[in-house]
Ligand binder design. Structure first.
Ligand code: 13P
Ligand code: SF4
Length: 316
């Protein structure tokens, strides 16, 4: 007789079966593991995580933990960055197919050609890049520190990869630099139309518009503020405003609502990153049981890719 049969026949029967969440918490202790989750992850993943944050925050958390194993609930470049910064730790990505299509839009060979054409330029790589590509960068940045990082460079010319929208946003804030922009985009953000935001604003005229810098320039111009995902969380917490239109992947609204009970958040309904949604509790549990799929990178790649990541951390 199965467990659910027993329960059906004896409604008063107290089940001893452990929930997925309980099993994950127990294994976490056994494995000396920490669970890091990006702000776009499904609610149940955010709830089971030790830390939820944006790319920068999670990279910093990864360097500060003394856990032996990092279970990274996000996409591949984030887990790779955690591994590069902690080569001695086991880093697991519960679904190995969870990638960032924008990171795949630039490859090391094509970037090498561009570098040869502009020998006087420095390469600033958005953290949304593969480890291979990072080996060619002078410094990394995230959406939280991109402006600060580009300003910090001594070269006048900057090759910025791969997100053109983020590059255009930074160029506007740092006009003294000459930025050569790679033609990559994040479809989740690039496909948000101004009309989507206008419709929400008509419905909620008192709401403030917060958007991610991966959105198109006309949306950035129309917004009240441009923030990384953690930037939106911090702003919503400290602002006296009670309603916000959120121009980024809609999963962020779960954290925003959880941490701001009296406030309202209106997402763009179509803004979904399918790769961020691949992580499930079942996959997290299985990956902790098997310690697979692991992030494996060669020592040579890790050594070279660590340089631009660490330079970014030093500026924080
Ligand atoms: P954040 O670092 O702002 O969370 O952005 C990560 C990302 O992938 C945006 O699409
Ligand atoms: Fe990549 Fe866009 Fe998904 Fe972020 S939302 S992980 S940039 S595809």
């Amino acid at each position: 007789m199965s467990h659910s049969d027993i329960q059906d026949k004896n409604p008063g029967f107290i089940t001893m079966e452990k929930t997925l969440q309980q099993q994950i918490q127990e294994l976490k202790k056994k494995r000396h593991a920490v669970i890091l989750a990006h702000n776009y992850q499904n609610p149940e993943i955010q709830d089971v995580a030790d830390f939820v944050g944006d790319s920068l925050d999670l990279s910093l958390k990864a360097t500060k933990t003394d856990a032996k194993t990092i279970v990274f609930c996000g996409v591949d470049f984030m887990a790779e960055a955690a591994k590069i910064l902690n080569p001695e730790k086991t880093v697991i990505l519960p679904d190995k197919t969870a990638n960032c299509p924008m990171a795949e839009m630039v490859d090391a060979e094509s970037l090498s050609w561009l570098i040869k054409e502009h020998p006087d330029a420095e390469v600033v790589a958005y953290i949304n890049t593969t480890a291979d590509v990072k080996t060619l960068a002078d410094i990394c940045c995230t959406s939280a520190n991109g402006v600060r990082i580009v300003k910090s460079r001594t070269a006048k010319k900057i090759i910025f990869i791969p997100d053109r929208n983020l590059g255009l946003y930074i160029q506007k804030q740092v006009p003294e630099k000459e930025m050569i922009l790679w033609p990559g985009v994040c479809r989740t953000h690039h496909d948000i139309k101004k009309e989507d935001i206008v419709v929400l604003k008509k419905k909620h005229p008192h709401a403030e518009i917060l958007v991610h810098p991966e959105c198109q320039p006309e949306i950035i111009e129309f917004a009240d503020y441009v923030f990384s995902t953690n930037g939106m969380v911090n702003h919503a917490k400290t602002s006296p405003i009670k309603e916000f239109i959120i121009g980024t992947e809609k999963g962020l609204c779960y954290r925003l609502e959880k941490e701001n009970p009296g406030k309202k958040f209106y997402p763009v309904p179509t803004a979904i990153c399918p790769n961020m949604k691949k992580t499930t509790l079942e996959k997290v549990l299985k990956s902790m049981e098997t310690l697979e799929p692991k992030i494996n990178l060669s020592d040579e790649i890790m050594q070279k890719a660590r340089v631009p990541l660490q330079r970014m951390m030093e500026i924080e």
